[in-house]
Design a protein around this ligand. Sequence first.
Ligand code: GN1
Ligand code: MG
Length: 361
Amino acid sequence: MNELLSIVAHFHPQGTVNEIRPLGSGLINDTYKVITAEADAPDYVLQRINHAIFQDVDGLQRNIEAVTSHIRRKLEARGETDIDRKVLHFLQADNGKTYWKEGDAYWRVMVFIPRAKTYETVNPEYSYCAGKAFGQFEAMLADVTEPLVETIPDFHNMELRLRQLREAVSADAAGRVKEVSRYLEEIERHADEMCKAERLHREGVLPKRICHCDTKVNNMMFDEDGSVLCVIDLDTVMPSYVFSDYGDFLRSAANTGAEDDRNLDNVSFNMDIFRAFTRGYLESARSFLLPVEVENLPYAAALFPYMQCVRFLADYLNGDTYYKIAYPEHNLVRTAAQFKLWQSVEEHQDEMRAFINECMA
Ligand code: GN1
Ligand code: MG
């Protein structure tokens, strides 16, 4: 607590800090809530940025500042109210930056958004709102002029993720390859078709746009009435295919089970969530989406559980060096659950295509 307090002090929050306690369920950064004593002083969120993963912290924070100030200007121009609950606000530290380096750790502080909720699961009504919100998020960011860095280069590049898996298989650092052959075979059988986005991009037909790239359902803040306040966890905001935001939301929200469900009978693709989210997303994004982007949304829905399966499996084979785990076989359980979800998504390809055509008609 004392160490955390002295870090927070570099950001000069309003009020007196009463308590600092762990917050959220992210797999990458360490997050705390900073609670102040006075009723009129805001609470804050303190985060240690995982700079083993985000190696260019300065570039990362410059991205976030560009994006949040851009959104703030748009909301002001639109005459929105309650703007401080609709876009994140990062405090400046003594060094004039929105992060502070202490020893070899990097920290940042943002204002805590009061009376907002996050969910691990959502109903169709909330999914519709989420779809609209992500479409609007992408639309608002279409005219950012500052060049953004890729905070993790090639983050959602399926070819790279497969290469990393193959390297993990060859190294077999944890001696686990023998346990996972059934996953490896099935992944390899579909590898080419899953790398379609990279091919379309090389052919010059699929653009990169500024996307959020971590649209898990728990990265959205909802207001008490179910409307979306804002999206959080902006570390991965960078140029990518729109498939990223569309696919990763469905991967998390349309899973009838948990991301790491041990009971695979719980895991399947929920078409009601799919329909509601897609309807919302297309309403706000159809004005800028190209036909190639719309046509490939069912592919995107399959791509993300597939990619996440590949990433969890690679981490399992590497001996759990990337994702936080709660028990030794956690990454294998996650792999199995994402694998099952991917298979379930594949069964719905035709139905998804028909629904999207209906929405676009
Ligand atoms: C990580 O930070 P968090 O927990 O929201 C990961 C995502 C994965 C997700 C899987 C930088 O997100 O890409 O989809 O876990 N973020 C990074 O739950 O790798
Ligand atoms: Mg998160």
